[in-house]
Write a protein that binds this ligand. Structure first.
Ligand SMILES: NC(=O)c1ccc[n+]([C@@H]2O[C@H](COP(=O)([O-])OP(=O)(O)OC[C@H]3O[C@@H](n4cnc5c(N)ncnc54)[C@H](OP(=O)(O)O)[C@@H]3O)[C@@H](O)[C@H]2O)c1
Length: 216
């Protein structure tokens, strides 16, 4: 089953791409530039050009699963949040439906289910994620919705948790390493969960495989 990684050139996307190559998991990177395409091909991964704000149809052809780990990022203006995080997500979900791609793993965000309880400066992003997540939940796809906390570049701990303090409105303690998220997605590609689940994800004390088994 070939997996299209949308956002492959991002931080989680690259960690995931490396793990797909290492574990012989069939995958394809969707990237935005020919330079990125060359880099992924040198790494040993097929790469196809596609843009969430433009044409991405060809990137989907021949894939049976999507991992969506793209996003406009904090450095861009809120209108990119609408175009990429909201509308790009929805377009990817609807394209997957049109093309008969049933499996969809979405990297969303902690508190996207209740944006007003998230950090004030990212509430617009959480609203965008909420609406995109809702479209995925209402889709015909077999989805897994991952809702990681504030992402850190530090080495993974190998452990995750799904319980957090809602009163921590800054997400100061609701953090998780990108490496742990990428490792969890790698395990999900090897062994999918029963579909239709949303998984909050912060650093914790459950070994990642055991953590995912809580949802089996
Ligand atoms: N930051 C946090 O604390 C946090 C917390 C919870 C969830 N999240 C979610 O987790 C996701 C993954 O995190 P990350 O750190 O890996 O993100 P990242 O490094 O910012 O990567 C985002 C990727 O999205 C791609 N992208 C942006 N616009 C695109 C477009 N129009 N078409 C196609 N691709 C596009 C970027 O492409 P280029 O490389 O070409 O720019 C980049 O590769 C984030 O996007 C966010 O939604 C983040």
């Amino acid at each position: 089953m070939k997996t299209l990684i949308i956002g492959a050139n991002g931080k989680i996307g690259r960690l995931l791409a490396e793990r797909c190559v290492k574990n012989d998991i069939p995958a394809r990177a969707m990237v935005r530039t020919e330079e990125q395409q060359r880099q992924f091909e040198e790494m040993g991964l097929e790469a196809v050009l596609g843009d969430l704000e433009g044409d991405m149809s060809a990137a989907f052809d021949g894939c049976e699963q999507i991992v969506f780990s793209a996003g406009s990022g904090a450095a861009t203006s809120p209108h990119k949040t609408l175009l990429v995080d909201l509308w790009g997500s929805i377009r990817a979900i609807e394209l997957a439906e049109q093309k008969g791609i049933k499996q969809f793993i979405m990297v969303s965000s902690l508190k996207s289910c209740d944006p007003l309880r998230g950090p004030e400066k990212i509430r617009h992003y959480l609203v965008a994620r909420h609406c995109a997540d809702d479209r995925l939940i209402r889709s015909s796809l077999n989805y897994t919705l991952l809702r990681p906390g504030r992402l850190l570049d530090e080495p993974g701990t190998g452990h995750l948790n799904n319980e957090f303090d809602w009163s921590d409105t800054t997400n100061a303690h609701c953090t998780v390493s990108r490496e742990d998220v990428a490792n969890a997605i790698t395990l999900l590609l090897k062994q999918p969960l029963p579909p239709g689940q949303a998984i909050d994800m912060i650093k914790g004390n459950n070994e990642i495989e055991e953590f995912l088994n809580l949802y089996r």
